[in-house]
Design a protein. Structure first.
Length: 242
């Protein structure tokens, strides 16, 4: 699990092939392990899956969420958070769900792209796949292998479920859950039963607790990615530890 998928960490080679960079926060699961729960959350604001930012629940779906946000950034040619825009457009994820509810998803597309009619179905597929990636629970998000199949047209798109305004858990976009900078770490406290969930999230500026299952992980600082295998695992060709 990379834990910091974002535009800054996607590099292009001379053939415009994408390479994932900066594996400083990466975790490797033990054999047979699919989930990890941690007391600490690390990542970049705007890209954190709700179940990870709130509850410290880590799985491969954390990267799926980040990839979905990245896809929305690509199609809209904007950052996931831009305070220069009008209030309803500041948070890209929230704006995307609003447009989905209004049946206006193509309004996400950057006007300078000047889409042709035959290109619109492909862009629509990209946006719908991105929305599936940013569903608000890990169980609702597709696997990365299925994401690839949907983008390539080898699999039918699943039904996108708009969480709705009443779903407080989802409406807290990850940029507002934790005021994180790059590679910052915050403590996730118990969720309060009163008021919005984000009131229960407090910055932990003290020492980092050693009581976390991250001790099982292996960290690497640099890597290049060759591709995605049939089971959705990332193939790493070169790793150099710190």
């Amino acid at each position: 699990m990379h834990r910091d998928i974002k535009a800054k960490n996607i590099l292009l080679d001379r053939n415009y092939e994408a390479k994932i960079a900066d594996f400083g926060l990466a975790l490797l699961f033990s054999d047979g392990q699919t989930h990890i729960t941690t007391d600490h959350v690390a990542g970049t604001k705007g890209y954190l899956a709700p179940e990870y930012a709130l509850l410290g629940q880590m799985s491969d779906k954390v990267d799926v969420f980040s990839f979905g946000v990245l896809c929305l950034e690509v199609v809209s040619s904007r950052r996931n958070m831009d305070e220069r825009l009008r209030p309803d457009m500041v948070y890209l994820v929230k704006w995307a769900w609003k447009l989905h509810g209004q049946g206006r998803l193509l309004d996400l597309v950057c006007p300078t792209l000047s889409l042709q009619d035959d290109e619109k179905p492909q862009v629509q597929r990209l946006i719908n796949t991105a929305l599936l990636c940013i569903q608000h629970t890990g169980e609702q998000k597709p696997s990365i292998a299925r994401v690839v199949s949907m983008l390539q047209g080898d699999a039918d798109l699943e039904v996108v479920v708009n969480p709705g305004a009443e779903d407080q858990y989802h409406q807290m976009d990850s940029a507002r859950l934790l005021d994180l900078g790059n590679s910052a770490v915050s403590r996730v406290n118990d969720v309060s039963e009163e008021g919005p969930f984000w009131k229960s999230i407090r910055r932990d500026e003290g020492r980092r607790s050693s009581r976390t299952s991250e001790s099982r992980s292996h960290r690497a600082s640099e890597a290049t990615v060759e591709g995605i295998s049939s089971n959705g695992m990332i193939t790493v060709s070169e790793i150099r530890g710190r």
